[in-house]
Design a binder for this molecule. Sequence first.
Ligand code: HEC
Length: 390
Amino acid sequence: MKIVKSHFTLGLIAAAVVSLSACGGGGSSTVAANTNPVPTIAKTSKTFTVMDGLIQNALVCVDSNANGVCDATEIQGHTDLNGQVTLDIPTADLATAKLIAVVTAGLSTDKDTGAIPTSYTLQTPVGKLDVSDPVISPLTNMVQTKIDADHAAGTTTSVADADHYVISQLGLNNMQVSAFDNFVAKSAEGSTEHKKAGERAHVLVVSIQTSITSATGSAVTVAVTGGSAPGGSHAVEIDVEHSLLTQLSDIGKVSDNVEHLACATNSTNVAQDCKTEIENEVHSNHLDSADAGTGRGAGTTPATPATPATPAAPAAPAASATAGKALYVANGCGGCHGTPPSMSKILNGANSPTTISGAIGSVGAMSSFSGKFTAQNLADIAAYLATPKI
Ligand code: HEC
């Protein structure tokens, strides 16, 4: 990963002065230079919040050497119960510093969903520290990923453009939401678009976690401190995130889909109440099979394949358009028929389960669905096709 290096010039100059005078004359006459009082470095106290649910005990650090992990020598602290940590950052570095939050399995907890099953790291880009209510979230992390991916491809993308890209790809209104918003606070104030942003952030985290687990075969993979060995788990995570960057619109769809599932009805905390459903949706949309470990950068991973997955169990006994929508999304029908469904005669299946089963039996491209659906599944999909706008 190529990262624009932050410059912590004050510290470097101080170190250079010390070493120059130490090498200078070799005699005691030069020691006097070292007795000058060390100039006080102006610092600014900033409080950062780590989320998607507020994350307690995340290690937050200023990534001075831009290596993507927290080193013991870097300014750092742990978040409190409300996901917050206050760091004293040299004022001169505020504009050039990047922050990292390390969320560690067995140590950090998510206020919404509890114990963290798999470690991961989040970043927020240079230029976003000295703002009011700064956050580090899966959304800020995707903005940094977009900047890095474009940089690797030879393009310089501004933070603002990367922000707009991530938000629109996720299917959110970029006039109402920025990736840098405290979506936990704003959805608590009643903003539905920020509530959606929070759900997307959660689906992103689940996708990152399941991809890391499947790529490394281990749940706890990220080093809390120390350097990142090339090819190590940190490199895997970077690959996973670059891959997810190409699948943001699917993450948006999965989140919308979860919102319509039974678990989300009347739920104030979808992340918690729909834990299993979100995981199932991530699996069935292949968001957990990110092509980790093979190459980096934008476009290295093909879009979600349209291979069928295990259908989600329909909840209702009567034909349910909502369950049908879940099946439509989970099985990738939209890859050929559009989302919402519109293309290639798909609407012929409206209220007609036999047309759908007929297509599965006769259309070669759909033969892989053969035997996948129960009569109930087909009825649900047919009901959805009759009301594709839900
Ligand atoms: C790999 C591409 C692909 C996928 C995935 C796919 N379809 Fe199709 N589907 C087609 C093609 C091609 C046709 C034929 C279009 C035509 O004849 O113009 C078709 C036709 C249909 C029709 C119309 C049949 C008719 O007789 O008019 C329905 C209904 C349908 N598909 C439902 C689905 C459903 C439901 C899913 C998901 C479970 C799905 N398709 C997934 C490619 C696909």
